[in-house]
Ligand binder design. Structure first.
Ligand SMILES: Nc1ncnc2c1ncn2[C@@H]1O[C@H](COP(=O)(O)OP(=O)(O)OP(=O)(O)O)[C@@H](O)[C@H]1O
Ligand SMILES: [Mg+2]
Length: 368
């Protein structure tokens, strides 16, 4: 018999191997995330890997963290919970997970969900190699096996049944059973945990699961959420869900200033944020079809620095994407905030009728 270790012993072994092959350093969490005060429960130094992993996301030094969200997410991670971030577009859900991992020097595999992601993509399948049948891992099963945190981005775009098939992973089971493997009848049940080729995976203690979603998997009749599916409530109940909203205005001022490499004056940045919040307030009151995200404000600020023209930058970064009704609202708010009318680019001020008149006029004067 090759293998009689229990699940717990295997996990201890995986931790021991991880510690033996990783160099660690001591950090203060509040310093790592740029906060002045220690976070409750994280007053003492914490150990993190000394070096980034090749799969660690690129660190964005300008990312502005919310201390409360960081604290709750770290505590949830310590409890090995599956974490879902729910919120409107562009509120910083995906980037929060990426930047969390970047600061902690942890790897991250991101799975962009969508209707093409199925059980075999996540958990593996049988394939043919050199004429013989071989089992291969999916993205998720590979990560569970090797202790790589995973982000399932835009979870609601998965077909609902797919998530049910990973309920054991979502709820943190220490032994994951792969359906495609089947069981070789000659395997001794005591050897079923053998890492190579059996149907079971012992969850690596360093594995973590994150997901993001605009709707939280709930039913959505809102036209802004085309292509999302309502997820089984039993699936949702396996996540600890954090609501992510827009940053507070002063944090957005800070983040936008950094995003535009401090090329815009503080008054300009503040006016951009004011317009953003006026738009969001209108959305809350049901006066706008869609919300205005930080992603769009960031693009506006960057383009303003690039174009040297706040009007043109607004049109290309925000205005053209808006529904007709929201465009009118945007023009009104622009004037309220900046005290001048929004100067639309020439494409908006020239109609086919005007061009026809000019064309005919030019032809007539040539003929005269
Ligand atoms: N707190 C923040 N500090 C700095 N930049 C931020 C912050 N939050 C979001 N951003 C920036 O705003 C943009 C949008 O963020 P992100 O893609 O994370 O949003 P999201 O909530 O995942 O949106 P979606 O639901 O559309 O996927 C990114 O460029 C990100 O870097
Ligand atoms: Mg996202």
């Amino acid at each position: 018999m090759t293998n009689v270790l229990s699940i717990a012993q295997r996990q201890d072994q995986l931790v021991a191997d991880y510690v033996a092959t990783t160099e660690f350093k001591q950090v203060f969490i509040h310093e790592l995330f740029g906060f002045d005060e220690p976070l409750k429960g994280f007053e003492d130094a914490t150990q993190i890997p000394a070096e980034a992993h090749p799969l660690t996301p690129t660190l964005d030094p300008d990312y502005v963290f919310n201390p409360s969200l960081v604290r709750r997410a770290l505590l949830s991670m310590a409890a090995r919970e599956s974490i879902m971030l729910v919120g409107d577009k562009g509120t910083g859900k995906s980037s929060f997970v990426q930047q969390l991992m970047a600061r902690l020097n942890r790897p991250l595999l991101t799975i962009n969900a969508g209707p093409g992601v199925d059980e075999s993509y996540l958990l593996g399948c049988k394939t043919i190699e050199d004429g013989s049948v071989k089992n291969v891992d999916g993205m998720l099963s590979y990560a569970v096996r090797n202790g790589i945190p995973v982000l399932i981005d835009e979870l609601c775009t998965l077909r609902p049944g797919v998530l049910v098939s990973i309920n054991d992973i979502l709820q943190g089971d220490n032994l994951i059973t792969l359906k495609h493997h089947g069981i070789d009848p000659s395997i001794d049940p005591k050897s079923i945990l053998d890492m190579d080729g059996t149907m079971s995976i012992v969850r690596h203690p360093a594995f973590r699961l994150f997901a993001t979603d605009n709707t939280g998997g709930k039913s959505q009749k809102d036209g802004r959420f085309g292509g999302v599916n309502t997820q089984n409530s039993a699936v949702r109940s396996r996540f600890t869900s954090f609501k992510v909203t827009f940053m507070a205005p002063d944090r957005e001022v800070l983040a936008l200033g950094k995003a535009s490499d401090s090329q815009l004056g503080e008054d300009t940045i503040k006016s951009m944020i004011e317009l953003g919040f006026r738009f969001r307030a209108a959305f809350e009151q049901g006066e706008a079809f869609d919300n205005l995200s930080f992603r769009e404000l960031k693009r506006w600020a960057k383009k303003t620095a690039l174009y040297g023209d706040i009007n043109e930058a607004f049109v290309d970064a925000i205005y053209t994407n808006l529904e007709a009704g929201d465009q009118i609202l945007a023009e009104t708010l622009f004037e309220t905030v900046f005290g001048t009318e929004l100067e639309l680019t020439e494409e908006y001020s020239t109609s086919a009728g005007d061009m026809l008149d000019a064309f005919i006029g030019a032809s007539n004067s040539a003929a005269a």
